[in-house]
Design a protein around this ligand. Structure first.
Ligand SMILES: Nc1ncnc2c1ncn2[C@@H]1O[C@H](COP(=O)(O)OP(=O)(O)O)[C@@H](O)[C@H]1O
Ligand SMILES: C[C@@](O)(CCOP(=O)(O)O)CC(=O)O
Length: 566
């Protein structure tokens, strides 16, 4: 049951519906150039509050002189994925293409509203132990709304405004001033991103609220954690000002794309606050989901970004070395190698470019059969080749090689480092079925698996997409113990899933639409333990129980590749 009996789904409508009722035209179709300052309660005073209908001037009752207080908006959630680079890291710095894909590790942002008397906005980011509150009236709105300065929600912003940065600087300085330098830097980057987006998109009249964020993406491991929180914040603010339509059933693909693009543009602004000069690939993948081909030949021009709509959702094993690394240092290593051995290094970079091209050609093949063994083997071989080439560029790390060794030994899949290397993570695309195991140097053909695994003539379509087989579980569990013993962390994720998603209101029905549902409140969200606890709370069914894709109860996504949502 909902903590508040009025929070059952039937009593609330999607942001798009509310907006449609309030303005009768969608922001998507007729952007009027000015952000909407009011909250749904303010636009719709007739909206039921605590189950009661508020009389309006149109009622049989005479107009009332007392001003009714607006009902509070229900809490809602947004979520956005992290990413991995599947092929082409480092070569992409030298003008070749790379392929990046969304993963099912995600950030979740809960937006809860306070009564008007508060007039504050609070960030609760427990992953980085940050909690900070600002008085909305004391924020430098005058700078962000000065003549000629105010940005529209649909604007393309490609650089940060120095006046805006100067205006928020004193507020950022007040965040965790006594924390150690390394922690303060993390807190202040997140606060800077938030304040810049909040002041650009919201207004002085914005309803007081708390933004509580939890992420299942390891931070600083090259998995796009920062882009994912920027996408969440951008989407939440755009929903609050009703600048988005949907996500809803049968939304045309172009309209889905427009909403994603709108979110992505502001997420990029957030990334600029955190990173200075981001490439834009992380926020693009996190907003839109699935995968993209990404290439930047000329740094003075925007990159080429091609969505790869056919990229299949594949189970992916992700292992974090927990070895911190610096992207800048790894990129510099390759530059040094190139200076010392220009022809050789160029050949390696060209070869990596060919790996990406080969994968791209396969993925856009109209006759692609993503369930065929041949398809998966092609992708897997390219993973192995790509890793070898990265090793020869000198960007691997003994810990990455150890992970690869442990995984190769099980024969469970194809493994490569992902991102900058020098630490960070390794990814493994799982083979359709492991028919053999290796113990103490001996190779065993396992016969203890269930029927689908025991069959040598396996139906790949079932086994490729499923990790739900006994043998795989056994190998993965044994592997997990070994990896953990050596200080590594293993995640079972899915490759090429959804981008930004919305749970409106933040109520789960646990499969029963008739019941009022269970509200996800701040306390429950903060108390959820680890990735499993968070995913259980927000309605993600365990991957091991599902065959094709994770089930996210109640969540809606913009899916241009489908034309609607499932
Ligand atoms: N869960 C989170 N909560 C709050 N801030 C986060 C979170 N995840 C990432 N960030 C922000 O993003 C920054 C990490 O960015 P970065 O080092 O590029 O890592 P990644 O490669 O994972 O994006 C952090 O310093 C912090 O400001
Ligand atoms: C090495 C590189 O190709 C990828 C770095 O990825 P990440 O920082 O590990 O997400 C650098 C880049 O593309 O900017």
């Amino acid at each position: 049951m909902a903590a508040n009996g009025t929070l059952g789904r039937k009593k609330f409508e999607s942001p798009a519906n509310l907006k449609q009722r309030a303005t009768s035209s969608s922001a998507t179709q007729t952007p009027d150039g000015s952000p909407i300052d009011t909250m749904p309660g303010q636009l719709l005073p007739q909206m039921p509050s605590n189950g009661l209908t508020v009389p309006t001037n149109g009622d049989a009752h005479p107009p009332m002189l007392r001003k009714y207080s607006s009902p509070m908006m229900p809490p809602f959630m947004v979520s956005a994925p992290g990413k991995v680079i599947v092929y082409g890291e480092h070569a992409v710095v030298h003008g070749k293409a790379a392929i990046a894909a969304a993963i099912s590790l995600r950030s979740y942002l809960l937006v809860s509203f306070l009564s008007k008397s508060h007039h504050t906005v609070t960030l609760r980011f427990p992953d980085i132990k940050l909690e900070h509150t600002w008085a909305i009236d004391e924020l430098p709105w005058h700078v962000f709304t000065a003549p000629g300065k105010k940005r529209n929600y649909f604007d393309l912003v490609t650089s940060l405004d120095p006046d805006f940065l100067a205006a928020i600087e004193p507020l950022i300085e007040e965040v965790s001033p006594r924390a150690p330098e390394s922690i303060r830097k993390i807190h202040q980057s997140s606060a800077k991103m938030f304040l810049y987006l909040f002041l650009s998109l919201a207004s002085r009249k914005t309803a007081p609220c708390v933004y509580t964020l939890r992420s299942t993406i390891p931070i600083g491991a090259g998995l796009g954690s920062s882009a994912s929180i920027c996408v969440c914040m951008s989407a939440a603010l755009l929903l609050q000002i009703r600048a988005l339509s949907g996500p809803h059933q049968d939304q045309p693909p172009q309209e889905c794309e427009l909403q994603i693009e709108r979110i992505n543009r502001w997420a990029f602004v957030g990334e600029m606050c955190i990173h200075g000069n981001p490439s834009g690939v992380d926020n693009t993948v996190s907003s839109g989901g699935k995968a993209v081909l990404f290439q930047r030949k000329d740094y003075n021009k925007p990159p080429r970004v091609l969505p790869l709509r056919n990229f299949p959702e594949l189970p992916l094993l992700l292992v974090d070395t927990r070895q911190s690394r610096s992207t800048a240092i790894e990129v510099a290593k390759v530059a040094t190698l190139k200076a010392g051995h220009p022809a050789l290094t160029e050949n390696i970079l060209d070869a990596i470019g060919m790996v990406t091209e080969s994968a791209h050609k396969l993925l856009i093949d109209p006759n692609l059969d993503p369930s065929s063994h041949a398809f998966l083997k092609h992708l897997g071989d390219l993973i192995t080749i790509n890793h070898g080439l990265l090793v020869s560029l000198g960007v691997s790390h003994p810990k990455l090689e150890r992970i690869r060794e442990l995984i190769d030994y099980t024969g469970i899949g194809w493994t490569k480092l992902t991102g900058a290397g020098g630490g960070g993570c390794a990814i493994t695309i799982l083979k359709p079925q492991p028919t053999t195991t290796h113990t103490n140097g001996h190779v065993h053909h396992d016969t203890s698996s269930d029927e689908s695994d025991a069959s040598s003539d396996v139906d790949c379509s079932a086994s490729i997409l499923s990790t739900g087989t006994k043998l795989k579980h056994k190998i993965l569990d044994t592997l997990e113990v070994k990896l953990e013993r050596e200080g590594f962390e293993k995640f079972e994720t899915t490759l090429a899933g959804d981008g930004v998603g919305v749970l409106w209101p933040a109520v789960l029905h646990n499969g029963n639409e008739e019941e009022g549902g269970e509200e996800i409140d701040q306390d429950k969200f903060l108390r959820a333990e680890g990735t499993e606890g968070i995913e259980r709370l927000v309605g993600v069914a365990s991957m091991r129980k599902t065959v094709v894709r994770e089930v996210r109860e109640g969540w809606k996504f913009w899916r241009p590749w489908e034309g609607d949502f499932a």
